[in-house]
Design a binder for this molecule. Structure first.
Ligand code: NAD
Length: 541
């Protein structure tokens, strides 16, 4: 603290704009989308505040229009990754001792830039790069990212204020130091907000970062970096490398100065990374922090007393928004027999009414899945379900990749509670339903708990308080974010800290203080005002 006990502005959630027909924000984002669609960009590596072009490039295309080229990005070689490490360590000398209010001001400024001048741009980039509808882009790229920045600044000051007791003769001061070394932030394609938050939350606390975005999110990652630059993040504090994920990861994990990983992505990639960290453990100067939020196989369980229309709506939104490509998306549903007919009717009506196409047409509810690999995987599970005797496709089931990677929202019904699509994370617009006997509530809850390796999100519906209480108990470890009479998606920063355990991650709750503690290494300073001069205690006589 420099020359005052400063208070930051109280964080409030950024209001979600409606983008209703005729609104000014809809016009602005449409115009920005068209402008970006009709021009091309070249995305460089960003190391030590400089754009680096390597000449080895990849192309970027919208998933809903994959023959169209949005631009190119440059891929790193090993030497660039090593340069990112050394530049980060050099930047650390000044950044780690920068007064906190200066760091806070930079990230609060980034939030305001996103809320105002960059809002249409970050949303249009997310619509183009990741095929989000305008609503999905707004709640992610604009609002959630603004919330992460504002709330984390506030949480940072709350942590700094947490101090031990002192006495009149000794003053105890806890200093929340950044980690010694650099942090590796490695991010998934599906949330622009997560992509920005993983490097930003660590950097905000005085750490330096090497960030590797997903190949499928580089177009919106570029806008994030433009915002960080304009907000005043100094050169070398956040460095961006793109390209071969294995080479980049191996190079960063081989450094003795590697001090932590902030990862979000799939479970198997995180487990491989953890193993590599273990192999390198004797080389590191400090025990690295390992934070990873990974996959999910998220459930909805509906008791016989639940409202069928509410359950159907939760499935329609929870399973299909953003094409089911949310780690929290409902993908396995357990519905009590006596309400199933009604749930089925409403769900089929909803799915039949979904409009599918480009996010440019804002009346579309569903757009494309992220890339051909994802499309092919989803198509193969759908084809298999058409063949299997224990599965039946009751809605959707078609797909077409001629223009974009479009998978029709698909509902599979199975009489096999362990059918493959009840257990495996597919990460697309496919949900599987299992109908259980009305009197098998407890048995079904145990089934939910034991069916998947994951424990990210889950929802239970019932009007019976005893049934809810039983579910809360039996499913205690089945989800890190547990919903009662609500869909399992849509966590809001500051309201529902997010993360799961088991194979879903280290449950360090992004968007809360719990996450920020992982990027700090406290130093306890005890200052004694008048030091003793005689070693003998009174009991010695
Ligand atoms: P992904 O695992 O394919 O990629 C994540 C990142 O890891 C990317 O930057 C990618 O380039 C990199 N990567 C890929 N293979 C690698 C390797 N062998 N070594 C090192 N790095 C590698 O995940 P994705 O497809 O981008 O995102 C979807 C996954 O992320 C899903 O499993 C989803 O559940 C999960 N996710 C979880 C959360 C959460 O909070 N729990 C949030 C969002 C996404």
């Amino acid at each position: 603290m420099g020359k005052g006990f400063f208070e930051v502005p109280v964080a409030v959630n950024e209001p979600v704009k409606s983008y209703a027909p005729g609104s000014a924000e809809r016009k602005e984002v449409s115009e920005t989308y068209n402008k970006m669609y009709n021009s091309t960009v070249e995305v460089s590596l960003y190391i030590n505040g400089k754009d680096i072009k390597t000449g080895d490039t990849g192309t970027m295309s919208p998933p809903h229009d994959h023959k169209h080229v949005l631009g190119t990005y440059h891929k790193a070689e090993k030497k660039h990754v090593e340069e990112a490490i050394s530049t980060a360590l050099e930047a650390r000398k000044k950044w780690s001792v920068m007064p906190w209010e200066q760091r806070a001001a930079i990230f609060l400024r980034a939030a305001e830039l996103l809320a105002g001048p960059y809002r249409a741009k970050i949303n249009a980039a997310t619509m183009l790069a990741q095929s989000k509808t305008i609503h999905q882009a707004e709640i992610d790229a604009a609002c959630e990212l603004i919330d992460f920045l504002r709330f984390n600044v506030q949480f940072m000051t709350e942590i700094y204020a947490e101090q031990p007791e002192s006495t009149s003769d000794a003053w105890n001061r806890l200093e929340y130091r950044p980690l010694e070394g650099f942090i590796y932030a490695i991010t998934p394609f599906n949330f622009t907000a997560i992509a920005a938050n993983l490097p930003a939350s660590a950097a905000m606390l005085g750490n330096v970062v090497v960030w590797k975005p997903s190949d499928s999110q580089i177009y919106s990652a570029k806008v994030i970096m433009d915002v960080f630059k304009e907000a005043g993040v100094p050169a070398g504090v956040i460095n961006v490398v793109m390209g071969d994920p294995v080479m980049i990861t191996d190079t960063l994990l081989a450094s003795p100065d590697f001090s932590g990983i902030h990862f979000t992505g799939s479970t198997h990639v995180f487990k491989d990374i953890w193993q590599k960290i273990g192999t390198n453990i004797h080389n590191y100067k400090t025990y690295p922090r390992i934070v990873g939020e990974t996959g999910g196989k998220d459930f909805i369980v509906a008791h016989k007393t639940s409202n069928p229309k509410q359950v159907a709506t939760a499935i329609a939104r929870g399973a299909f928004e953003f094409q089911g490509q949310k780690c929290s998306a409902a993908s396995r549903c357990y519905i009590s027999k006596s309400i199933w007919k009604d749930v089925e009717k409403y769900l089929k009506e909803d799915v039949a009414s979904f409009k599918i196409g480009s996010p440019e047409d804002m009346s579309n509810f569903i757009t494309a899945v992220i890339h051909e690999g994802s499309f092919d995987k989803l198509a193969s599970y759908i084809d298999q379900a058409k063949k299997d005797s224990d599965a039946e496709i009751i809605a959707g089931g078609n797909y077409d990749k001629s223009k974009g990677y479009f998978i029709e929202p698909t509902v599979i019904k199975t009489n096999n509670a362990k059918y493959s699509t009840m257990c495996t994370e597919l990460f697309g617009p496919v949900v599987t339903i299992y109908v259980f006997e009305d009197d098998a509530w407890e048995e079904t809850l145990h089934l939910v708990d034991e069916t998947s390796e994951y424990a990210l999100t889950g929802a239970v519906f019932s009007e019976d308080r005893y049934a809810l209480e039983t579910a809360v108990k039996i499913l205690e470890n089945a989800a890190g974010n547990f919903y009662i009479n609500d869909k399992p998606t849509g966590a809001v920063v500051g309201q529902q800290p997010f993360g799961g355990a088991r194979a879903s991650g280290t449950n360090d709750k992004a968007g809360s203080k719990l996450n920020l503690y992982r990027w700090l290494s406290p130093r306890m300073v005890k200052e004694t005002f008048v030091s003793p001069t005689n070693y003998r205690y009174p009991f010695l006589g």
